[in-house]
Design a protein around this ligand. Sequence first.
Ligand SMILES: Nc1ncnc2c1ncn2[C@@H]1O[C@H](COP(=O)(O)OP(=O)(O)OP(=O)(O)O)[C@@H](O)[C@H]1O
Ligand SMILES: [Mg+2]
Length: 302
Amino acid sequence: MGPELLRATDGIQQRALANPRGIVLGRRQRGLDCPLRQRGKLDFFTVRTAMPAPAQSDPAPSAFAHRGSEPLFHVRELARVYGEGSAAVTALAWINLDLFAGELIVLLGASGSGKSTLLNQLGGLDSPTHGTLLYRGANLAEFDEAALTNFRRDAVGFVFQAYNLIPSLTARENVALITEICRDPMAPEEALALVGLADRMDHFPAQLSGGEQQRVAIARAVAKRPEVLLCDEPTGALDVRTGITVLEAIERINRELGTLAVIITHNAILADMADRVFTLSDGRIVNVRENQVRGQVRSLAW
Ligand SMILES: Nc1ncnc2c1ncn2[C@@H]1O[C@H](COP(=O)(O)OP(=O)(O)OP(=O)(O)O)[C@@H](O)[C@H]1O
Ligand SMILES: [Mg+2]
């Protein structure tokens, strides 16, 4: 199949690159065989070469009452291409999804499928090569540095596989470090109690288990009352039993504070704890599963 014009797009600052997965993003170039060559005024374009847009990430209204009419995140045709020319890697392609306040979302997929890339896009850590990402109707691509900083500071809590705690500070102080710069934080003690660490506030990281350290990291992320909690393999470094305590903390925060939680995992069993499960493969959402009833973390068959 020859190249097919999908949409002319002004402003994609990306050199023309054809990649094997079927999306070409970039500037009009002499000799590139696509219909836009006839459209002299448009410098930028998107064409599809071989792969049709998959039927995926159905953005249809949900059955769940807690999903209001306005999604927190509205993502359309999102693509992220790293590098250029023959070295180009399409980390994300044609992502369409809506995420709603109060949802618990699990992202599944093999290594390299684009999970972290997607999470970084949602968290304003990286910007798309193509497509739209709206947060509460505002286009993150149009935020200046100050607005992006505010978005990351106030709206988003991040939890990574590495806990990134400061060893010379106690659990309470690690959380306080963040709450001191936020608009409407909860007390560090309240955040630590939420994750079950009321009796470990004055311990240093070295005096805490891996799971406890990760829960301090979660307390630090939620103490600022973010609307979104983005967790990139939060249990990746933990054994099963410890991982459960960490996931229970995230589940509780989602339930009690109504925080949209997005959890990346390699463990398909965790799919049962989610409202919706997105499976990525080669940078695309290849499956969306909706659980009418969420499983409790403790009751999942590990
Ligand atoms: N900064 C970068 N520069 C170039 N390529 C990158 C970059 N970051 C990610 N990639 C590539 O994009 C693809 C998706 O990477 P990503 O980290 O999102 O995968 P992942 O699903 O999170 O994998 P894992 O489960 O191993 O963490 C991979 O092919 C990766 O090599
Ligand atoms: Mg990753």
